[in-house]
Each structure stands twice: as C-alpha cells, then as structure tokens.
Write a protein that binds this ligand. Structure first.
Ligand SMILES: Cc1ncc(COP(=O)(O)O)c(C=O)c1O
Length: 449
C-alpha cells in the first residue's frame, strides 16, 4: 500500500552524500545502537497506524495529498545534514536550491523577477504578505471574502490591521457588487485578498474584474493561491477560471502552498512579491548570523528565522523530476483531479440521492443529500450529511463535512424549510490523480450508504 520500492534509491543517495565528507577524520556518533533504534521505530510505526489512509484513493475528504516519493526521499536525504535555510552558514546548498525552486514557482506565474521564499505553510506565507501590505498602508483595511481562509481575519488581528469580510455570490466567489459598494463608500481599503481556490469549495474569486476595480480605486491585491495556485498549469478549467489564473501575475503578492498541490510534505508554503524592493521592509540587524557570505541570506528577507533546508531540497528535487510546465506530467496530475471532480459532479447531478452545489471550479465537489420529503428542514439535511459521512467511512470511503451557506444549494427544493442560513454538506477533495480512476468505486459507495 505504502510505496516502499524507492527506499533503495535513498540508500544509494545517502552513500553519495556521505562520500562528499570523506576527507573528515572518522568519529563514532553518540547515538543508541541500531537494535534499539529499530525497536522504537517499529513502535512509532504502530502509533502511526492510527491515521486515515490519506495516500489511498478512497480517502477523498480533506485537502491531504501524499508527497511524491522524490519529495519524501530528498527530504529524508537532507535530514542527514539537517540544514537551516535562515543563513548561508546554516544551509548553503539548500539555500541555493530554495532560490532556484522559488524562482521556478514565480516563473510559473509569469514573474521573471520577484522576491520570495518558502515558509512553514500558507498561514505564515499569508501573514508575511499582509505584514508587507500593512507596512505599505498602515491605516488602511484588509478585506477578503466570507469564504476566504479563516486565518486572514486572525492574521490581521495579530498585525493590528483592521479587517472586514466581503460577501460572496452563490458560487462562493467574492461578490463584486458588494466589493465595489464597499470601495465607493470610504477610501479606507488598503488590500483586497483575492482567493484563488477557496478552502471549502475551490472557488476562484473574479480576479480580472477585481483588477479593473483596482484601476479605479487603487488598492493592493494579495492573491491567496495557497490551494489553487498550481492550477495555473491545468488546461481543463472553465474559461473564466483560466482568465483569472492568467492574470495572477498582476497581483502584488501571491501565496502558494507546495504542501497542498505541490506534492510536498507539510512545512512548505511560499510567499512571492512582484516588487523585489519590498525587501527593504525586512531590514534588521542580526549580529550573530550572515557572516560567511555577502550573498543574500534568506533570513534577511523572511519573518521566520530557522527554516528547514530539507523542505527546499524536497521541492527542488520534485520540480526537477516534474517541471512546472503546462502539459507536463505534474500538470496532468492536477487535470486528472479536476476531471474526477467534474465526473463526480455530473454523476451526482443526474442521480436522485444528492444535490450538488455549483459545478466545481477546481477539484472540490460539494453536495447535500436530497431531502426525503419536500418539507424537510435544513437541520434534517445536515443530520443526513453527517449520517452519510459516517456510513461511507465504515465502507472505507472518507469524505469531509462543511458548514456552508444554504444559498450555495440552489437546487434544493423550494419548499424545503430554510430554518437556518447554514447547512452541513458533504465535501470531497479529489486531489490525487488516482481519484479519476477510482471514481466509479467512490460513486457506488456513495449511492449505497
Ligand atoms: C486558501 C487557503 N489559504 C490559506 C490556508 C492556510 O494554509 P496552511 O494550512 O498551510 O497554513 C489554506 C489551508 O487550507 C487555504 O486553503
């Protein structure tokens, strides 16, 4: 089940790495014996069994994608060194790998110059983007849609920046009329966070129209593409989604999470700025670092201090194997997830057991159980979602649940009792290429429970 074949490649690569230090006098590491290590490792494996099978295609719940074998192996290989990409003193080789890998991501968005680096994840990356935004417009507000990631509000509060949310339309995208109305009333919005793939539904905010508003009202645009960013490479998106991704290069900053769709282990986000001169905002004194080289140390342009060089090694190796190209194997993997999502949406729509919300924009499908009676309440629909979630899990199909505005489900019978604004719906993130092949099994379990 778990891919073990590639472990031999790790042994060979570890020997190669070791050979690079052959000039050093040998020494005995102060570690416990191999037998005790093996014993504790086996114990750890037993503890790790208590997990959902994220790597399996029947895990179709949350945004959890197994790292590519090359990423796992390169990370493990780098662990023999454990570099720290804060300073070149801590991670010379992996700082170079990080700069290259990040430049490739910037290139995917059409930026041939940028300022950026890896972070612990999307939240840290967004924090950094909003920290820069806040320094450039300290008295102005941050706004993001009601469906943006919940951390934007919290980040703004950490940064002591005013925050406001903008309503969404029935497809979970930022409502343009509401945004414009807000822009017209007061000249107090400094940054609009545009979500390029919302966490709950994978909806993409209408970036081209928001860019038009920027021309008129002059604000900064931060694209939170933590989830959706890699879909810039997919060729099977709806035309308006393609247009939105095609203009992401006009944002002032972009966040993308290699640990979501970039096949990386957790601990790998990325923040990018279009204008490299924002680097001046990071200026700080650090009397105990940055002494080995006059070249850029990534810690000079990053809020976090220590960061894993291993994450850079894993990302660089993955992009070396699977370049970020339209029509490449990496892009194909994303397209397969989208195909799976569209296929599931169509099957659910044509059947009589579920009512999907809108057509998926990326690879996330949202659906509610069709009420047994036309006078059922949203409370009953929510309870049925929870029952199905449990019953599917008992058959090894792992879905997710999401609390969503009932307005997303336009096809629920008009007679249904809308006794609350929110309904608990089923959510399936079909982010593994294998999901396309397993769709019939996933669907047949869904209709059987
Ligand atoms: C759109 C979006 N932004 C930000 C985040 C936060 O990212 P992380 O969990 O890597 O901190 C997420 C996580 O799901 C997300 O979907």
């Amino acid at each position: 089940m778990i891919d073990l074949n590639s472990l031999n490649a790790l042994l060979d690569a570890a020997k190669k790495l070791d050979a690079g230090f052959a000039n050093l006098p040998p020494f005995e590491p102060q570690t416990p014996g191999a037998a005790r290590i093996a014993e504790v490792l086996t114990e750890t494996a037993a503890r790790l069994q208590d997990n959902y099978p994220y790597f399996h295609p029947l895990y179709a719940g949350q945004m959890l994608k197994p790292p590519h074998p090359i990423a796992r192996l390169a990370y493990a290989l780098a662990m023999f060194i454990n570099p720290n990409n804060h300073a070149l003193d801590g991670g010379r080789a992996t700082s170079a790998l990080e700069k290259e890998a990040v430049a490739e991501i910037a290139g995917m968005f059409g930026w041939d110059k940028h300022l950026g680096h890896l972070t612990g994840g999307g939240t840290m990356a967004n924090l950094e983007a909003l920290w820069v935004a806040g320094q450039l417009a300290p008295d102005k507000k941050i706004v993001a849609s009601e469906q943006s990631h919940y951390t934007h509000r919290r980040i703004s509060s950490v940064l002591k920046l005013d925050y406001e949310s903008i309503p969404v339309d029935n497809h979970a995208r930022m409502d343009l009329t509401a945004l414009e109305k807000r822009l017209v009333t007061k000249n107090d919005i400094g940054t609009v966070v545009v979500t390029m793939g919302t966490t709950a539904t994978g909806s993409v905010d209408p970036l081209p129209e928001i860019l038009k508003l920027r021309d008129r009202y002059n604000f900064r645009i931060h694209a939170d593409a933590a989830y959706g960013g890699y879909f810039s490479l997919a060729r099977n998106l709806a035309p308006q989604t393609v247009t939105a991704f095609a203009r992401i290069n006009e944002a002032d900053s972009i966040v993308i999470d290699p640990h979501k769709h970039g096949l990386q282990p957790y601990g790998c986000g990325c923040v990018l700025f279009r204008d490299p001169s924002v680097g001046r905002l990071y200026k700080h004194d650090s009397p105990y670092t940055y002494f080995s080289s006059a070249e850029l140390h990534l810690g000079e342009i990053s809020l976090e201090c220590s960061r894993p060089g291993a994450a850079a090694a894993a990302l660089w190796a993955t992009q070396e194997l699977l370049p970020l190209q339209k029509s490449g194997e990496f892009a194909r993997g994303l397209e397969q997830g989208r195909e799976a999502a569209l296929a599931l949406y169509k099957k659910l729509k044509s059947g009589d057991k579920f009512i999907p919300a809108f057509e998926p924009e990326l690879d996330i499908v949202i659906f509610a159980p069709r009420p047994k009676s036309d006078s059922a309440s949203l409370t009953e629909v929510s309870a049925e979602s929870r029952r199905i979630f449990e019953a599917a899990a008992a058959k090894n199909l792992h879905l997710a649940l999401a609390e969503l505005p009932a307005a997303f489900f336009q096809n629920l019978p008009a007679t249904i009792r809308r006794n609350k604004p929110i309904v608990t719906a089923l959510r399936s993130v079909l982010m593994k290429p294998e999901h396309a092949l397993w769709l019939d099994q996933i669907h047949s379990i869904l209709i059987s429970v």
